[in-house]
Design a protein around this ligand. Structure first.
Ligand code: SF4
Length: 325
């Protein structure tokens, strides 16, 4: 459904979208980079308001969010398009192509989510779905549903700050250095740690994912830099190092060796980060350790929680665990 976009400015011979750091200049009848925002008579419109390409009930651990309502189910929805064009994208059939969508209103989504604990905006980049995500999250917060989004963090500060009161949790993908963003994601560099900081400082739950792509962001110094930047915001923010598998335009590459992920885990520990996980490696059990006494407080098998020893947000030793729900 077509709806006027929220963050843009009319300019001479076009409009400038202010939703994400690309800040596309869009002439009459043309689209922005994400291919879902169009200039019609010098007004910017989103074409995907309520247009859902995929929905499913997922364990929240799958997002991944390990410290947010563990063991809960999130009604997960996505649309089409992206403000990136990553060569390794796993969901390129919805992020880079015009696949089939069906319209649902925010009320429909909240109703469909009623037998789950919350709503997750995921599958493709929710930033470019902003107006619908905002309306749906706001409506969901009038019920007892939680809201979460899985994002590349590539959103301007003004829209992010407006969304934060209605979005309980974020998993933000921090990818790497300037080169990684420019050459693999085809996006002008923006430091998405700004978004991590904004979310954390505004008291919302945040976890970070770092996909390690061999030859691109797997050097020791690069991993150290990511860990250092996260530590400076807070050592409590969980980090998920995930394994790259060949996809899309990078089908000829090898998956990330397990040893690389284990080195990343070691670096994160040495930096002082409390909660470190390896994704796409099939580690069983997948454990959250208490940063106080070192005991296992949550054990998982795949996305299932086997045991959760956290009570009232604390380990049995009394240490507070970074955890919501
Ligand atoms: S949201 Fe889309 S149109 Fe707007 S600046 Fe980002 S890529 Fe461009």
């Amino acid at each position: 459904m077509l709806k006027e976009a929220e963050f843009y400015l009319p300019e001479k011979e076009g409009v400038r979208c202010l939703l994400c750091p690309r800040e596309c200049f869009i002439p009459q009848s043309k689209y922005g980079f994400c291919r879902v925002r169009v200039n019609k008579e010098n007004k910017l419109y989103t074409e995907i308001y309520g247009e859902v390409s995929s929905f499913w009930k997922d364990p929240i651990e799958k997002k991944p969010l390990y410290h947010f309502y563990p063991g809960s189910t999130a009604f997960s929805i996505g649309t089409i398009g992206c403000n990136f064009a990553c060569d390794f994208c796993q969901n390129y059939s919805i992020s880079q192509k015009k696949s089939f969508t069906r319209y649902f209103s925010p009320e429909n989504i909240v109703e469909m989510a009623k037998d789950t604990e919350g709503i997750a905006f995921t599958y493709n980049e929710p930033t470019i779905w902003y107006e619908f995500v905002y309306d749906t999250a706001k409506l969901a917060k009038e019920t007892d549903l939680y809201t979460a989004m899985v994002t590349n963090g590539y959103m301007n500060e003004e829209p992010l700050k407006k969304l934060i009161p209605y979005m309980d949790a974020f998993n933000i993908d921090v990818k790497g250095e300037k080169d990684f963003y420019e050459k693999l994601c085809h996006a002008p560099f923006y430091d998405v740690f700004n978004s991590v900081r904004t979310v954390f400082e505004n008291d919302r739950h945040v976890e970070v994912t770092n996909l390690i792509v061999p030859g691109w962001n797997d050097k020791k110094e690069q991993i150290e830099e990511i860990c250092k930047k996260l530590y400076e915001i807070s050592p409590e923010i969980p980090i998920h190092f995930t394994r790259f598998f060949p996809h899309h335009k990078m089908r000829d590459r090898n998956p990330t060796p397990l040893e690389t992920l284990e080195i990343a885990e070691k670096i994160a520990k040495e930096t002082g980060l409390y909660y470190i996980y390896l994704g796409n490696v099939g580690r069983i059990p997948d454990i959250t350790y208490c940063p106080g006494c070192g005991e296992a407080v949550i054990r998982r098998r795949g996305f299932d929680v086997l045991k959760n020893r956290i009570k009232n947000g604390r380990c049995t030793c009394g240490k507070k665990i970074y955890m919501k729900g």
